[in-house]
Write a protein that binds this ligand. Structure first.
Ligand code: SF4
Length: 299
């Protein structure tokens, strides 16, 4: 899952640094995140960039060639996370010039996010990494810090993933689940998936019955056509039906394209562009008219 998109008009510099590379680290990196409201420590569970979606807006640079799966080394994740958390706790992190423009009120650790250059739950090490992060949070006495899973929701029904969700829930966690469409046809266009749309909806419902869930939605212009109004209506209807069945959707994050997608992700003759602010606010208002218990934020 690519994460941390930024507001399209004039984002602050601190919000535009998205690199998953930090010093010599392989997996763990710091980001100042608008959506988190401060410092988010990301764990990249997919350094091999192999994803089960092929989102047309994906910003992960892929070669387009077959790559060998790269297992995650959990011991290295633990060591990198421990070192980064230690530097947050003792304040030395902020001495790095990378953070020079970050105001004091944003120099607060908000979450540890399971994310990556692909779908984090697809990693066979996902559960082990979640357990390690929960343990580290306890060791550093960071009970207020969230564990956040940023996911495309395709694999939430896997037994080990469901187990990890319980750990996330028990440790001040949140699930941020991608839903970019209201119909199977648009889902196919924008996410280029191998997993049926109905499965994603079922997974969101099952997870959302267990714990609160945040929906993340990309609103882009694809092939010259912005997220159609008919699609917006289907999307609202899907969310409304999920909620009626007990899915605890508390927030929706609408965001648009902030950077050019990686070229290898784009189907031929298909351009992907940001929509403008008024388009986003119209969509937001439409959602709020129908789902008035849900907070809707635009980025
Ligand atoms: S293809 Fe989609 S799900 Fe996979 S990393 Fe890119 S944006 Fe995330």
């Amino acid at each position: 899952m690519t994460d941390k998109p930024v507001q399209s008009d004039k984002p602050l510099a601190m919000y535009t640094r998205h690199s998953r590379k930090w010093l010599h680290n392989r997996y763990v990196y710091p980001v100042i995140s608008r959506r988190s409201g401060g410092l988010s420590i990301g764990i990249n569970l997919n350094p091999d960039k192999i994803c089960n979606f092929g989102c047309v807006y994906c910003q992960v640079e892929r070669s387009g060639e077959d790559v060998t799966p790269e297992p995650v080394d959990v011991a290295i994740v633990q060591a990198e996370l421990r070192e980064l958390l230690q530097s947050v706790v003792d304040g030395t992190l902020w001495e790095d010039s990378f953070f020079d423009d970050v105001p004091v009120e944003k120099r607060v650790l908000k979450d540890i996010a399971f994310s990556g250059d692909a779908e984090p739950t697809s990693s066979p090490s996902f559960l082990a990494v979640v357990l390690a992060a929960a343990e580290m949070k306890r060791a550093f006495k960071l009970s207020g810090v969230k564990l956040v899973l940023i996911t495309n929701a395709t694999l939430l029904a896997r037994r080990s993933v469901a187990e990890a969700l319980s750990v996330i829930k028990a440790n001040n966690g949140e699930i941020w689940a991608k839903l970019d469409a209201g119909t199977a046809a648009y889902y196919k266009l924008i996410n280029q998936p191998v997993i049926p749309f109905e499965r994603v909806l079922e997974n969101i419902l099952t997870a959302g019955r267990q714990q609160k869930i945040v929906i993340q939605t990309m609103v882009a212009s694809v092939g010259g056509k912005p997220f159609p109004v008919s699609e917006q209506e289907s999307y609202i209807r899907q969310l409304s039906e999920l909620m009626a069945q007990g899915c605890q959707i508390t927030r929706i994050q609408l965001y648009t394209v902030a950077r050019d997608p990686g070229e290898a992700n784009l189907p031929e003759n298909c351009d992907v562009k940001a929509v403008d602010g008024s388009y986003m606010s119209d969509f937001k208002s439409r959602i709020q008219r129908h789902l008035n218990s849900v907070q809707v934020d635009t980025y």
